[in-house]
Ligand binder design. Structure first.
Ligand code: NAP
Length: 266
């Protein structure tokens, strides 16, 4: 356990399952004061009970990232539990599995609404209090496909690339306010993310992705993440050998293209 997050007010969005749940539990082990958000209330209650094994200060705050008009009120409510939010963690998101040329425009928009517009809207609602206090940390879970693009993930990759552009810009603007911005690129992490992946017409895929099934556990992911957050890193990649794709793309983009052509991507 590190003392870096002890008694810090940490708001985890996307805490009802997967990576967000793993992160919430790790912050609970580090004795943070926690606010847990997502849409599914029963799942949030379950995560709250698990967190309470480590800390008594846990609240749930249901929200929908796609309902921007609610974000100002939700942010006010978040600050009413334990005081101003010190760390905002964005792990809420959906994915897509469809060929770009066959995907309905509405599907692209739904993915952008949750993964990009929802995330920046909620961030804007929290920023004034952080800027006033000249203190804060915003953590955004993006993806390896926030740095590269692969088959079947055009909408998802676009939404994650957009996060990098927006939050890299924000980080520079926030320097005078002493607010940190960390972009986190996970590789394959064992969650059920692809069960609800949007297909060409917006219906859910209802299939697990084998690479994710065999991926890193959310517990190990969160254990690796927190020390890097305590060190206030600007960008972090955590996962298996798939992380190398980020560096291959940066230095040998043509080689990555050839590798992807030969890789079975699902
Ligand atoms: N698993 C991986 O291999 C992997 C790799 C790279 C990046 N990621 C990213 O990690 C993040 C978490 O995904 P995961 O793998 O942990 O999958 P997950 O278990 O499906 O988690 C997604 C979370 O987002 C929440 N969410 C979805 N739509 C929402 C909305 N409209 N409003 C508020 N919350 C919403 C879900 O909660 P509710 O359904 O209760 O709202 C859930 O808590 C995502 O941003 C994903 O893109 C995952």
């Amino acid at each position: 356990m590190s003392i870096a997050f002890q008694d810090k007010v940490v708001w985890v969005v996307g805490a009802s399952s997967g990576i967000g749940k793993g992160i919430a539990l790790e912050f609970a082990r580090n004795k943070a004061k926690l606010i847990l958000s997502a849409r599914r209330i029963e799942e949030l209650e379950t995560v709250k009970r698990e967190c309470e094994f480590f800390t008594t200060e846990v609240e749930i705050l249901p929200l929908d990232l796609s309902k921007e008009e609610t974000h100002a009120d939700v942010a006010k409510k978040a600050a009413s539990y334990f005081g101003p939010v010190d760390v905002l963690v964005h792990s809420g998101g959906i994915t897509s599995r469809s060929l770009a040329h066959a995907t309905k425009g509405d599907v692209d928009r739904r993915v952008m609404d949750v993964n990009f517009f929802g995330v920046i809207s909620l961030t804007r609602a929290v920023l004034p209090s952080m800027m006033e206090r000249k203190k804060g940390h915003i953590v955004v879970i993006t993806s390896v496909v926030g740095k590269i693009g692969t088959q079947l993930r055009s909408a998802y990759a676009a939404s994650k690339h957009a996060l990098h552009g927006w939050f890299d810009s924000l980080r520079v603007e926030l320097d005078p306010y002493n607010i940190d911005v960390t972009l986190v690129c996970p590789g394959f992490i064992a969650t059920e993310l692809t069960m609800n992946a949007l297909t060409e017409d917006g219906t859910p895929l209802k299939q697990m992705n084998q690479a994710q099934v065999n991926g890193m556990s959310t517990e190990v992911f969160a254990e690796k993440l927190l020390p890097k957050l305590a060190a206030r890193k600007q960008e972090i990649a955590i996962g298996g050998k798939e992380i190398a794709a980020i560096y291959v793309k940066r230095f040998f983009p043509g080689l990555l293209h050839k590798i992807l052509l030969r890789t079975k991507v699902t």
